[in-house]
Design a binder for this molecule. Structure first.
Ligand code: C5P
Length: 223
């Protein structure tokens, strides 16, 4: 039996990453932030002086990802986010990053019994048969405010308006692309975090996910 998978998709800065991390801790699952794969690719292209819109440049960077840099604060910049969104529209780049995600799901690190993967296309493309799917969203203004606070904490100075413009543009591009566009899977539960603090959002996520996982977790042999 394939290990359990919880797919957490959603718009930029909707809180999906934090929710995915907390769900993973709750269930003892491994967590994969798939956006980091696109951001690492983007950072590689930019550092090499390449063009994120070039298939050759982006593919070379996707194949040379250094996962040890996943915590690099430079990954969080608008420039890297925008470049990530550009190269994420290239089918060959998505194909190159797909294998890592599917391997993670098939063999969660640390022999964990399952994984929580967050991104844009987890429930639609990477793992359409995920055991539970969430689609996380909030108003653009609320998301911009949260992201602006997060960036300030990392020492990245932006105005809230700049952050808002970047989020809106990136979501529009992610929704409009022809390959693996950002969209809610038909069987994903919508979680709107606009009026929810993180604890309330987590409680809501858990309430949506738990019943969907129950059958699978109960079927697992015990002892
Ligand atoms: O989630 P995060 O904001 O880090 O993602 C950065 C960009 O990477 C997104 O705007 C999107 O274009 C791309 N991405 C994607 N598919 C994923 C995760 C991220 O296309 N599963």
């Amino acid at each position: 039996m394939r290990p359990c998978v919880i797919a957490v998709d959603g718009t930029a800065a909707s809180g999906k990453g934090t929710l995915a991390r907390r769900l993973a801790a709750h269930f003892g699952f491994a967590h994969l932030d798939s956006g980091v794969l696109y951001r690492l690719t983007a950072l590689g292209v930019l550092e090499a002086g390449g063009d994120p819109g070039s298939e050759a440049d982006a593919l070379a960077a996707a194949r040379a990802i250094d996962h040890a840099r996943a915590g690099d604060p430079r990954l969080r910049s608008d420039r890297v986010g925008a470049a990530a969104s550009r190269l994420a529209a290239i089918a060959a780049v998505r194909a190159a990053l797909l294998r890592y995600q599917r391997d993670f799901i098939a063999h969660p690190p640390g022999a964990a019994p399952g994984s929580v993967v967050d991104g844009r296309d987890i429930g639609t493309v990477i793992c359409p048969d995920a055991d539970a799917k969430l689609f996380v969203d909030a108003t653009p203004e609320v998301r911009a405010h949260r992201r602006w606070q997060e960036l300030a904490g990392l020492g990245i100075a932006r105005t809230e308006q700049q952050v808002l413009d970047e989020l809106v543009n990136r979501d529009a591009a992610d929704r409009a692309r022809t390959v693996a566009p950002l969209r809610q899977a038909p069987d994903a539960a919508l979680l709107d975090t606009t009026n929810l603090g993180i604890d309330a959002a987590f409680a809501a996520a858990l309430a949506l996910v738990k019943p969907r996982l129950a059958a699978k977790l109960e079927a697992k042999p015990r002892g």
